[in-house]
Design a binder for this molecule. Structure first.
Ligand code: FES
Length: 114
């Protein structure tokens, strides 16, 4: 019988003997109960070693995203708000659709921020 020893890509030892340490988590993780996120709400939720921002659009689409704006990094959960189907950044008010694409700005044509 041949015994294989798992080595993570980083070469670190398993945190728990016999249980391999994965380079990143895979699978589904509960960050809240869907009914707790009302249309138009934005919430910052702890996740792993950081946070994610969860929001529900006015039509009811529930989304989770990285907390920092792709434009200049403002925290979307600290003053960000839902306008229709968009999550609007509190800093320069760029509006991002549920697919992450910047769809509006208050100033000009949307940039390619995503
Ligand atoms: S940092 Fe978010 S729009 Fe500029």
């Amino acid at each position: 019988m041949r015994i294989h020893t798992y080595r993570s890509p980083q070469g670190t030892a398993p945190a728990v003997p016999g249980v391999p340490r994965l380079p990143s988590p895979h699978g589904w993780f509960c960050v809240g109960i869907a009914r707790d996120f009302k249309p138009g709400t934005v919430a910052t939720v702890p996740f792993m070693d950081g946070e994610i921002v969860v929001y529900r659009t006015r039509r009811g689409t529930l989304r989770a995203t990285r907390p920092h704006c792709p434009h200049l990094g403002a925290h979307l959960g600290a003053g960000g708000y839902v306008a229709g189907e968009l999550l609007v950044c509190p800093f320069h008010r760029f509006g991002f659709g549920p697919d992450g694409v910047c769809e509006t700005t208050p100033y000009s044509k949307p940039p390619r921020a995503r």
